[in-house]
Ligand binder design. Structure first.
Ligand SMILES: [Zn+2]
Length: 447
């Protein structure tokens, strides 16, 4: 069996095992049970001589670390970090059982196939091959299979950074996601996620005065006020802001010049996305150029014959890097206008967005390695509207990137639909490409 065949089979089988382990994280502390994937990873590394550390943030919430120590104290440390949990899946929307790990015609199906077990698995394949080859790098390589990314990292990355910093301390971090090739007229572009928006959750508590439901005239009904609050917040559009990452991304992906100009102009982008197709691209372009406000939950009222005096509206706010949590509150007050005095704003979560420049020694190595595998390709920066564990390392000023390497079998326009969506899947050629790239990158960068 050729080396490439072994690599692909290794990565494919590890990925299928991790999908079947179904470490489904629904946000409750007892969910996830990432211990199953920690066990699978440890079993996969068996016989390599690698030592393991387990960090347990709660029952079953296990993160696994293994490392290959460098010989040169002055050489950099690289942390390869993959989460081991997945979000829930509703089987009724899938053409396959989401937790079967089905393999057919070179496609692995299942929850986590793209977010992000394929990266977690291919990083492990590379680390195992490096260890078995007797590789003695100058710099240190750390592999982390981390729990609880899908619920914000309380039992995973945040726990490790806050309480076990020595175990995960690194000079550079790579995690999800990127490297889905975009075919532009002047060559293949490989996006590297270098920035993400700040997650700011707000609870808007609307006050009223209780009364009898049989006599609603001139009452102060909190639900009626809340309806107007939802309308104002839901239609609020703060002014667009064009970040350098977005400008460079749009300039590189080969859109028609007029569209490129509109999507990078703060005065025209909102108008442009109103009619832009496909819809996924319009949502992405809007999210990458605006701080967004999505009222998603409402709790209120107690009984059908009681005029409610309290309604709580939960708003998912995603702030562009550079927009602070205080700026978010000011925007909400602007959106509320003359209703601001009737609303208390609570802040269950406040985080700044984060950015790492697409430059430096690791990026140079990524460029060398990817060009050898995909000739003529170019790395471009990408801003993500979602959150990843990279932010906890960027908060510590550690340059952190989201990357992998994909084939062109599944078009890049499909990927946004698969994240947390139906029919998540990955082709096995992409697994080979990623595993090959991780191994070559470690050898190039850590020496
Ligand atoms: Zn993910």
């Amino acid at each position: 069996m050729s080396d490439a065949t072994t690599l692909e089979q290794d990565a494919t089988e590890l990925l299928r095992t991790m999908i079947r382990n179904a470490c489904v994280n629904d946000g409750t502390p007892a969910s996830g049970q990432e211990v199953r994937n920690a066990d699978a990873l440890e079993a996969y590394f068996a016989g390599t001589g690698l030592a393991f550390e387990r960090y347990t943030a709660g029952p079953g919430r296990v993160s696994l670390i293994t490392r290959i120590e460098g010989t040169d104290r002055n050489a950099p440390t690289l942390l390869l970090m993959g989460h081991t949990d997945v979000v829930p899946a509703n089987a009724s929307g899938w053409s396959r059982d989401p937790f079967s790990g089905d393999l057919e015609d070179g496609i692995v199906w299942g929850r986590g196939a793209t977010d992000m077990l394929h990266i977690t698995a291919t990083m492990a394949v590379a680390v195992r091959r490096l260890a078995k080859s007797g590789w003695k790098p100058k710099g240190t390589l750390i592999y982390l299979g981390v729990a609880d990314e899908e619920a914000g990292g309380t039992y995973g990355a945040k726990f490790l950074v806050d309480q076990h910093w020595d175990a995960v301390k690194a000079d550079y971090v790579i995690t999800e996601s990127g490297g889905v090739p975009i075919p532009a007229p002047d060559g293949i572009k490989l996006p590297v996620t270098v920035a993400e928006k700040g997650i700011n959750w707000r609870r808007l508590v609307v006050k009223g005065t209780p009364g009898h439901g049989s006599m609603p005239f001139r009452t102060d009904n909190a639900l009626v006020t809340a309806a107007e609050v939802v309308r104002r917040v839901g239609t609020y559009q703060p002014k667009a802001k064009i970040l350098d990452e977005w400008r460079r991304y749009v300039n590189e992906i080969g859109l028609p010049p007029e569209l490129t100009a509109a999507l990078t102009d703060p005065d025209r982008v909102l108008e442009a996305v109103r009619t832009l197709e496909p819809l996924g691209m319009a949502r992405l372009a809007h999210a990458c150029t605006h701080t967004t406000f999505s009222p998603n939950v409402v709790h209120g009222g107690s009984k059908i014959n009681v005029v409610p005096d309290r309604v709580a509206i939960e708003v998912d706010v995603r702030a562009l890097p550079g927009v602070s949590p205080l700026d978010v509150d000011a925007m909400l007050k602007e959106a509320l206008g003359d209703l601001a005095s009737r609303v208390d704003i609570e802040a269950p979560r406040s985080q700044d967005g984060t950015r790492t420049p697409l430059e430096g020694a690791l990026v140079d190595a990524m460029g060398r390695v990817t060009q050898a595998i995909v000739p003529g390709s170019k790395l471009i920066p990408r801003l993500t509207s979602g959150g990843t564990d990279a932010r906890y390392f960027r908060f510590k000023n550690v340059p952190s990137y989201g990357f992998a390497l994909h084939s062109r079998r599944i078009p890049y326009t499909q990927y946004p639909l698969m994240f947390h969506g139906n029919d998540e899947r990955i082709d096995t050629e992409s697994l080979t490409l990623s595993a090959t790239m991780w191994e070559a990158l470690c050898r190039d960068f850590l020496g």
